[in-house]
Design a protein. Structure first.
Length: 283
């Protein structure tokens, strides 16, 4: 193999596996071992900035749990042996697994066997003595956390020390309709956030970008601040991760979207810090 990993390349098949892929992650600040349940590129949302190729509206198709186990075993051993770093020309500064993250080409909790998939991951982590050694992260849009199987899976994820990074791009119903193409009500979002926080360390992840003529950013920011203040009364939020679009959207709205500049992100971050929250920013 002669590929060089970059933060721009998030292709899920870079290592030639079906479910497991390495990524140089801005969020994790180094190598993240990704697990993709959505090999059919299906999501129940359609965010206007989404970078999933051929995104379709729907749920993850059934996965082969045995193959998931085998691939995770293989990949962790590949990294531990050092061969991965030389094969992918990973900068020595970025070596070491920063996290194992369930993050794929769609919403991972839409997988019917979500609980069983978490069990499979647990089995591999236990037998390779990785539990407690590497942070575990579930990247989710949070919209399906009321489902029974997802709740069982989240409870197990939390027992393994797993975190949940819950997407909140907008605190207004109109904003969520425009940005995420979802009608999820704020009450549902709050219920799902509450369950996530009761079981796992909870971070909010918010994608900020310029989308002129569609979003009144000042109104959005006001609603976001109010949401955070009311959420704080019910939910333990560890922090907020702000990022912008690093790669072009593959959605029809792509031409109307542009990344936020660093100073704009900093302004938003500072306004949230003033409310007393921890904020991490990726530029
Ligand atoms: S939730 Fe994630 S995968 Fe789904 S449409 Fe939005 S950005 Fe794409």
């Amino acid at each position: 193999m002669a590929t060089k990993l970059t933060t721009q390349d998030h292709s899920r098949d870079v290592a030639g596996l079906t479910y497991v892929y390495p990524v140089l992650s801005r969020r994790a600040g180094g190598v993240s071992v990704g697990i993709n349940f959505n090999v059919n590129n299906a999501c129940n949302w359609r965010c206007v900035y989404c970078q999933v190729p051929d995104l379709s509206v729907g749920s993850a198709a059934d996965i082969d749990l045995l193959k998931l186990r085998k691939e995770l075993y293989f990949f962790l051993d590949y990294v531990d042996s050092g061969r991965f770093y030389s094969d992918f020309s990973v900068d020595p500064k970025c070596r070491g697994i920063k996290d194992i993250s369930i993050s794929g080409n769609g919403e991972p909790t839409s997988l019917t066997s979500f609980y069983e998939a978490i069990e499979a991951i647990k089995e591999v982590l236990e037998s390779t003595s990785k539990i407690g050694q590497i942070p575990l992260v579930l990247i989710t849009n949070g919209s399906l956390l009321h489902r029974k199987g997802v709740r069982r899976g989240l409870a197990l994820w939390g027992a393994l020390g797993g975190q949940v990074w819950f997407k909140v791009d907008s605190a207004s119903l109109t904003g969520r309709q425009i940005i995420n193409n979802t009608m999820m009500a704020v009450e549902q979002m709050m219920d799902n956030l509450t369950f996530a926080a009761q079981n796992c360390d909870l971070w909010l992840q918010t994608c900020l970008f310029n989308y002129k003529e569609k979003i009144n950013f000042d109104d959005e920011l006001r609603a976001y601040h109010m949401f955070l203040q009311s959420a704080r009364a019910k939910v333990d939020i560890q922090g907020i991760y702000l990022y912008t679009t690093a790669r072009p959207s593959l959605q029809p709205e792509a031409l109307a979207i542009s990344p936020m500049q660093g100073y704009q992100l900093d302004r938003v971050a500072d306004s949230i810090r003033r409310l007393g929250f921890k904020v991490q920013v990726s530029y």
